[in-house]
Design a protein around this ligand. Structure first.
Ligand SMILES: Nc1ncnc2c1ncn2[C@@H]1O[C@H](COP(=O)(O)OP(=O)(O)O)[C@@H](O)[C@H]1O
Ligand SMILES: [Mg+2]
Length: 121
C-alpha cells in the first residue's frame, strides 16, 4: 500500500508530546485499518495545523466502512474493535472528536484535536 503524507503548513513547531503521541496512534490505527480491511492500493495522510487545533485525516480508496458503523452514531461503538473506539476515546480526552465518513471510493477518518483548553497546557 502506497502512502503519501501532506503537512499543512509544510513546516510547523513540535506539538505537545501527548498530542504527538495521539496523532501517531491515529495514523497508525487508520493506516492499519486501511491495509487490513479496505483493499485499497493507496492511502493519504494529512496533518493540518490550524491556529487552535490540529486536524488529522487518513483517507483510503478501498471498499468503505459498512453503514452499520457509519450511521449508528453512539450505538455503532459496539461494532468497533478496540481500534476505532480507542482512537475516539483518546481524542475525546483532549476535547476533540473523530469523524468517520464514506468517500467515493473509500473511507475518511478525520480527528480534530483542540490545542488549547486541556491539561497539556
Ligand atoms: N478503512 C477501512 N475500510 C473498511 N472497513 C474498515 C476500515 N476501518 C475499519 N473498518 C471496519 O471497521 C471495523 C472496526 O475497526 P477497528 O475498530 O479498528 O477494529 P479492528 O481493526 O480490530 O477490526 C473493522 O473490523 C472493519 O470491518
Ligand atoms: Mg483496527
Amino acid at each position: 500500500m502506497e502512502v503519501s503524507l501532506t503537512l499543512k503548513p509544510t513546516s510547523f513547531p513540535r506539538l505537545h508530546k501527548d498530542i504527538e503521541i495521539t496523532i501517531f496512534r491515529i495514523v497508525q490505527e487508520a493506516l492499519t485499518n486501511a491495509y487490513r480491511h479496505s483493499e485499497t492500493k493507496s492511502a493519504r495522510v494529512e496533518i493540518d495545523r490550524q491556529p487552535d487545533k490540529v486536524k488529522v485525516r487518513v483517507r483510503d480508496y478501498g471498499k468503505g466502512l459498512s453503514t452499520s458503523i457509519l450511521d449508528g452514531g453512539r450505538s455503532a461503538s459496539r461494532f468497533f474493535g478496540v481500534g476505532l473506539s480507542g482512537m475516539r476515546e483518546r481524542v475525546r480526552q483532549f476535547g476533540g472528536e473523530v469523524l468517520l465518513s464514506r468517500e467515493e471510493p473509500g473511507t475518511l477518518v478525520e480527528a480534530r484535536i483542540p490545542l488549547f483548553g486541556h491539561p497539556t497546557e
